[in-house]
Design a binder for this molecule. Structure first.
Ligand code: GDP
Ligand code: IMO
Ligand code: MG
Length: 417
């Protein structure tokens, strides 16, 4: 059976850790959207892997595929692959020939975009060129992997790109698009990665009747269409995008993953945010610093209202909760169960102006007591009663079982129910 691992919050739920943990049972691990805005940290026996584009299944030596929904910064990919090879020598990575590329002008345009937004309206992107590169894909200007090796095609595309973007780049003091430099760069890239490029139909042709694990990037609340627009990423992060982003014609079941609290990097509404000592405590104990941009993540209480919405839009069948250990020492742990008394089906989660105005009150929260140290945990039987109550409440509210519990960053610190 194929499975997808989808983040249900604003990213950084621990997808990388759980994909690595589960990948043992799968033949192929697939990324189907996003780019190197993703940062997935996996720790195995004291070795730390920081991955942006390489699927986390590569750590166990699983075959990996990046589908056409991924947006690829080729320079970043090659550097990441080279440094990964110093730890795991022979990763098996395939790239769909339909993948669109992020090039230097996309990163400049990302910065320009952010620079013209004022104050609270800044998105706080990762500045990796993600939005402008997806814009080019939709705008039919992308240079794709299948263009590499076809000099005429690349030259024609770069000519149009230059005509279109030079006025903006020059207006903001950036260098214009350099056709020759981009051509040379792309021909060098082609030498380096041509052996990894495969037909877009790769999975259907080679992994039919095999077990495939799909690794989501970002989170459902950052989805371009379903998230808090415009404070979203530029791809569809939810499970329904998998068939397009990976080009598969077989089905899968979705495991939704969430932290025992909530975090968000960058701007945008965050109804349960804690701008106080508890939020700071979560950030320090949970080491909530972005893998990609090193920014401190905003922290707050677990929000079941948005989580229920995320479960619905992703058709989640089972859940994984991570980072329960981060809350160990707190005397009181809260969960948000309503927004000013309203439930998930009364809220438009893609309208940031509604979410921004929310003022949650005491009745919107349920309180749980401290559960203490978890370092001794081996199975569900050892679990402290207070943590069991916390987990049971979430399962009852969401009407979905929590089958995996993560209580530390290492692969070993995971319990299967
Ligand atoms: P992803 O983007 O969803 O893969 O998540 P990130 O890797 O960006 O962020 C999750 C962070 O929490 C990483 O530093 C993980 O090593 C760490 N982590 C994952 N699960 C747990 C857990 O259960 N407890 C603790 N303390 N850390 C965890
Ligand atoms: P993983 O896979 C957390 C956020 C950025 C910004 C918004 C748009 O590690 O969970 P972008 O550069 O994508 O145009 O930025 O999305 N963002 C993430 N936040 N985890 C991520 O990925 C993210 N990828 C993008 O901070 O708010
Ligand atoms: Mg991350």
């Amino acid at each position: 059976m194929n499975k997808s691992i989808i983040g249900l919050q604003w990213g950084d739920e621990g997808k990388g850790k759980i994909v690595d943990f589960l990948s043992k049972q799968f033949d192929l691990v697939v990324r189907y959207q996003g780019g190197n805005n993703a940062g997935h940290t996996v720790i195995v026996d004291d070795v730390t892997y920081k991955l942006n584009l390489i699927p986390s299944g590569a750590i166990r030596g699983k075959s990996c595929f990046l589908g056409q929904g991924v947006i690829l910064d080729p320079e970043h990919f090659i550097n990441e692959l080279n440094s990964f090879k110093r730890k795991i020598p022979n990763p098996v990575i395939y790239l769909s020939s339909n993948i669109s590329l992020i090039l230097d002008y996309h990163k400049k345009l990302d910065k320009i975009n952010e620079s013209i937004l004022i104050g609270e309206s800044k998105i706080g992107t990762t500045a990796k060129g993600i939005g402008p590169a997806y814009q080019d894909k939709i705008g039919r200007k992308s240079i794709k992997l299948h263009d590499l090796g076809n000099e005429k095609n690349i030259e024609d595309k770069l000519h149009n790109i230059k005509e279109f973007y030079d006025p903006i780049l020059l207006k903001f003091g950036e260098e214009p698009v350099n056709i020759q430099a981009n051509k040379s760069f792309l021909s060098k890239i082609y030498e380096d990665i041509s052996g990894l490029i495969v037909d877009n139909n790769f999975i259907n042709e080679n992994f039919n009747n095999k077990n495939i694990l799909f690794e989501g990037a970002q989170g459902a609340l950052l989805d371009l269409d379903h998230g808090s627009y415009p404070f979203v990423t530029s791809s569809n992060t939810i499970s329904t995008y998998i068939p397009i982003g990976s080009s598969i014609n077989s089905s899968f079941e979705t495991l939704g993953i969430f932290k025992a609290y909530a975090t968000r990097v960058g701007n945008g509404p965050f109804p349960t945010e804690l701008n106080n000592s508890i939020g700071n405590y979560m950030a320090e104990k949970g080491f909530e610093y972005g893998t990609v941009t090193k920014r401190k993540r905003r922290c707050g209480w677990l929000d079941l209202v948005s989580l229920k919405y995320s479960c619905k839009i992703n058709n989640v069948k089972e859940l994984c909760i991570t980072k329960v250990d981060v809350l160990n020492e707190l005397d009181q742990i809260k969960i948000c169960k309503s927004y000013e008394g309203k439930l998930f089906n009364e809220i438009n989660f893609s309208d940031s102006s509604i979410l921004d105005k929310l003022k949650l009150n005491e009745e919107d929260f349920v309180i749980f007591e401290k559960w203490g140290d978890l370092s001794f945990l081996k199975s569900m039987e050892d679990m402290p009663l207070q943590l069991k109550k916390f987990i049971n409440f979430i399962e009852d509210y969401l009407e979905i079982p929590i089958n995996l519990i993560s209580f530390g960053p290492d692969r070993k610190e995971t319990i299967v129910k």
